[in-house]
Design a protein around this ligand. Structure first.
Ligand code: URP
Ligand code: ZN
Ligand code: ZN
Ligand code: ZN
Length: 489
């Protein structure tokens, strides 16, 4: 392609430091990062970033584009979702492949087709919903041949995606042997079904029933259970969408005891509260229905504090968008409201405004929780998640002086609603560069379907370092079997 770009005069922020420097990009790759890089010739596009932050594009570890779920399909696909992401400063995401009839290969094939229109880089996690020898074999093929290094187990959604403890144990063991990261959706699905029945018996059938039927204790219980099972197997665990103090405290406790547990809060859980589910307008209340539910005020603040202090490590969105017509499938029964909220376009702005602008995290930590940590965990750092020589040129320029206003009239998602409708804040992503191409500038997107690349994620990243040694130490601690004489009675 030959595009050459020089970003001059900004503050370049990486997770390890912020510095005044220029960034020179050629052929989609960062070639130089240092002060006062001279403009070589007329064919170099110069972008003035004076007074602005030049940062790695966001990486969203948790999205569901074009996913078949709860009788419908999420409204953002791999093109509209990418439009939304790029307009909001996110340049890569990792989506969850759902197996087809329990078959992993068929699931991957279907997601490859969905992703043919990708406009930015993406990777895949894979959900495991059934267990047999074939699934175990396919997991190995996914890791060794297809660049997937993480598998998600749903402890909720009884009757569809939910796994038993037996399956979770088999899966944890298999993940460990492959050097792949096990991820859990931690809610007790059996208890949720019971809670839903309880709400119906009480005559509560609207969106508030969704929150009431699956309270924080059910998230805390499943989080604790998954953490203990991962400890029993001695393999790292990644808890997706941590929505409650209950779940966060289980993660904090496990970390204090030295266990490798990664906690991912999502934007909705950090900044929204469940009062919205009581809105008398169904269209409004139902758009906030996601699982685990958005919690009472107080949980979000606690989750933000946990993120600031390192108890939780990186921020996702769980972008899983349905429009008001789809949400209305559950107008007389909250159990039929498709679960999921938007966030792919909003994440970078909301985290900047609510956490950097308020002094809760530094600019370097902002880069860490929105980009670098994800790249490290999924073993694609420093190609992604950094502005270093040789990194992919996935870069954003954020102007801290400008403000944003969010809403369905201006967003790039295909949904006709937005859970951040009317939200205002400071800090605006003015420019997004995706592998060396300026794709977002002056409020205009310039993207092409098919230009996004699949990013392969190799197994055995830093989260696995030393696991073999700790296994050996465990075995040594058991010492030799005791020799016993059996005397007949
Ligand atoms: O409500 C949600 N979270 N929908 C997406 C599926 C999941 O559980 O991640
Ligand atoms: Zn070239
Ligand atoms: Zn989930
Ligand atoms: Zn999800």
């Amino acid at each position: 392609d030959g595009t050459r770009i020089l970003i001059k005069g900004g503050t370049v922020v990486n997770a390890h430091r912020a510095e005044e420097a220029d960034v020179y990009i050629e052929d989609g790759v960062v070639v130089a990062v240092r002060p006062n890089i001279p403009v070589g010739d007329d064919n170099v596009r110069v972008i003035d970033a004076t007074g602005k932050y030049v940062m790695p594009g966001g990486i969203d570890p948790h999205t569901h584009l074009a996913m078949e779920f709860m009788g419908t399909v999420t409204i953002d696909d791999f093109f509209s979702g990418h439009a939304a992401a790029l307009a909001g400063g996110t340049t890569m995401h990792i989506d969850f492949v759902i197996p087809v009839g329990g078959n992993l290969t068929a699931g991957l094939e279907s997601y490859r087709q969905k992703a043919a229109k990708a406009a930015m880089d993406y990777g895949f996690h894979m959900a495991i919903t059934k267990w047999n020898d074939e699934v175990a074999r396919e997991m190995e093929v996914m890791v060794k041949e297809h660049g997937i290094n993480s598998f998600k187990f749903f402890m909720a959604y009884k009757g569809s995606l939910m796994v038993t403890d037996d399956l979770l144990l088999q899966g944890l063991q298999k993940c460990k042997s492959l050097g792949a990261l096990a991820m859990v959706h931690a809610e007790n699905g059996d208890a949720v079904a019971e809670g839903q029945k309880r709400m119906f018996d009480l005559g509560i059938t609207g969106p508030e029933g969704h929150a009431l039927s699956r309270p924080p204790i059910l998230e805390g219980e499943a989080t604790a259970r998954a953490i203990r099972l991962a400890k029993f197997i001695n393999t790292p665990l990644y808890v997706v969408h941590v929505m409650s103090i209950d779940a966060m405290e289980e993660i904090a406790k496990a970390k204090r005891e030295g266990q490798r547990v990664i906690g991912e809060p999502v934007v909705s859980g950090l900044v929204l509260d469940d009062s919205l589910l009581w809105d008398p307008d169904f269209t409004i209340a139902s758009k906030y229905v996601m699982s685990p539910p958005i919690r009472e005020a107080g949980h979000g603040k606690a989750l933000q504090a946990a993120l600031s202090s390192g108890i939780l490590q990186l921020v996702g969105t769980d972008h899983c968008t349905f429009n008001s017509t789809q949400k209305a499938f559950g107008s007389d029964d909250f159990r039929k409201i498709p679960n999921g909220v938007n966030g792919l376009e909003e994440r970078m702005h909301i985290i900047w405004d609510s956490m950097v602008e308020t002094g809760k995290i530094s600019v370097t930590d902002y880069v860490r929780v929105t980009s670098t940590e994800c790249a490290k965990i999924f073993n694609i750092y420093p190609r992604k998640g950094a502005i270093l020589e040789g990194s992919d040129a996935d870069i954003i320029i954020l102007n801290p002086e400008r403000s944003f206003v969010m809403g369905a009239h201006t967003h790039h998602s295909r949904s006709n609603t937005n859970v951040y409708e009317g939200r205002k804040g400071k800090g605006l992503v003015e420019v997004t560069i995706s592998r060396g191409r300026v794709v977002w500038e002056d409020d205009i997107l310039n993207i092409a379907p098919g230009s996004g690349r699949y990013v392969r994620m190799p197994p055995f990243g830093y989260v696995f370092d030393g696991i073999e040694k700790s296994d050996a130490a465990y075995r040594a601690s058991l010492r030799a079997p005791v020799q016993r004489r059996v005397v007949a009675a």
